[in-house]
Design a protein around this ligand. Structure first.
Ligand code: ADP
Length: 448
């Protein structure tokens, strides 16, 4: 097992990885920008290294500085968390070239899944069902026209290098196609430096359901059931649940066995999530994330397994040590992503948190790097806390979340706590009958 792990991230996820390492008797190295000198992840780590100025490009994305920090401190592995360098195949290669272990999949798999066209191609060959669309990148507007006519409107133009919902545009009719084509490509170029786009049928009432998997280096692949992440705003998740209110155990089994078979054929290793849209009882693959996800805690709560420890064990070459049948799903878990934003306009609200009080009690978990007196810097993602609850049933989990939200105090900045409270109180949300478009309408109603 590793003696020391460098955590190439910040905020709650850096803390999350630190906690796993600590329980495993592994020392940790935190890296931080000058803006994060007093951050909780720096305070708790065994050692820390400043890697640059606030701008992430010069610090948390600064490969040379991170690798130097790893070398100087004598770390033997790097955990990338999510975001930043976690899906950068080149970074994974460089970590390994420096004689360190990258706690994640192989660079080849990161590269393959990072190109959404290549990812869909791979899944097609492995018999995983896909959203209907273009067979590959769209070479011209004329080709886009022809495919849209074939699969029928509405259609979605998506960036091959996409992420975070950027470079994605809907065309509801032929009149809207040219604009969608132009804007999606311009956005993709600006965000990812790559204007390759492809087309998918735009599903009008799907749910977002994803499957968590782990694979070791000995050929074992298991899944940990699904997460329902249908509550989204601008294609970004706000609330996640495990399991999905609409899936049966048989649906989960069928999807799980298809996916684990596919990943075993691919020779995949470490953690991964396959994202699907689910409509009319059918699953359609949209993308695979080759890293730990923000919403992984809901899976941990229902399966009683620490996914980060498993990632570390796998990277160290240990076999999983359990089979699919050993993984049991118990109760229901919900996560609310609490961000430093105005709960109605979503304007960022960084600044000093005068008072922070985390809720507690049975079945409540808070993953956060906040503390009273901490200043949320304006330079990074606005996520400040993940409030997670676990209870025997979905109804009990919602009651527990309402209680926990009411206890939580983040004073001094605006947060999305009131929005989460309103969602939990809503009868439609409580019924479990909603699609990926539900929250957008809910937010618009509140803004009136
Ligand atoms: P990104 O990598 O940018 O997050 P995804 O492909 O994961 O992009 O899609 C993000 C979200 O966009 C999905 O969860 C879903 O809400 C919506 N979406 C993606 N593809 C489709 C589609 N074909 N039809 C309808 N909604 C879609």
């Amino acid at each position: 097992m590793f003696g020391k792990v460098l955590i190439a991230n910040r905020g709650e996820i850096a803390l999350r990885v630190h906690r796993a390492c600590q329980e495993m008797g592994i020392r940790t190295v935190a890296v931080h920008s000058t803006a994060d000198a007093t951050a909780m992840h720096v305070r708790l780590a065994d050692e820390s290294v400043c890697i640059g100025p606030p701008n992430a490009r010069e610090s948390y994305l600064n490969t040379a500085a991170i690798l130097s920090a790893a070398t100087i401190t004598g770390a033997d592995a790097v955990h990338p968390g999510y975001g930043f360098l976690s899906e950068n195949a080149r970074f994974a290669e460089m970590v390994e070239a420096h004689g360190l272990k990258f706690i994640g999949p192989s660079p080849d798999h990161i590269r393959m899944m990072g190109d959404k066209i290549a990812a869909k191609d791979a899944m097609r060959r492995l018999d995983v069902p896909l959203v209907p669309g273009s067979p590959g990148a769209l070479d011209s507007y004329e080709e886009a026209r022809a495919i849209a006519d074939e699969i029928k409107y509405p259609v979605l133009i998506k960036a091959a290098a996409g992420g975070g919902g950027r470079g994605m545009k809907v065309a509801r009719s032929a009149d809207e196609l040219e604009e969608a084509w132009r804007v999606a490509r311009a956005e993709a170029k600006a965000a990812f430096g790559d204007d390759s786009v492809y087309m998918e049928k735009y599903l009008d009432r799907p749910r977002h359901i994803e499957l968590q998997v782990l694979a070791d280096t000995h050929g074992n692949v298991v899944h940990f059931g699904e997460r329902d992440c249908s509550l989204q705003r601008r294609h970004q998740k706000l609330v996640e649940e495990a399991g999905s209110p609409v899936l049966t155990a048989a649906d989960r089994e069928a999807l799980g066995s298809r996916v684990t078979t596919a990943l075993a054929q691919l020779g995949y290793r470490n953690a991964g999530t396959l994202e699907f849209l689910w409509q009319d009882g059918q699953f359609a693959f949209i993308e695979m994330n080759t890293r730990l996800q923000v919403e992984h805690p809901v899976t941990e709560m229902v399966c009683g397994i620490d996914l980060v420890k498993e990632q570390i064990r796998i990277a160290a070459g240990e076999p999983l040590g359990y089979a699919q049948n050993d993984i049991q799903f118990r109760g229901h878990a919900i996560e609310c992503r609490i961000t430093a934003e105005d709960p109605e306009t979503f304007t960022p609200s960084p600044g000093r948190v005068n008072t922070y009080h985390a809720p507690g009690g049975l079945g409540v978990r808070v993953d956060s790097a906040l503390y009273s007196g901490y200043t949320v810097p304006p330079h990074y993602d606005s996520l400040v806390a993940k409030l997670v609850v676990h209870a025997p049933t979905r109804t009990a989990a919602i009651s527990r979340m309402r209680r926990a939200l009411a206890e939580m105090v983040v004073a001094g900045i605006r947060t999305t706590l009131p929005l989460h409270q309103a969602v939990m109180e809503d009868p439609e949300f409580q019924s479990g009958d909603y699609t990926i478009h539900w929250l957008e309408r809910f937010v618009a109603e509140r803004q009136k």
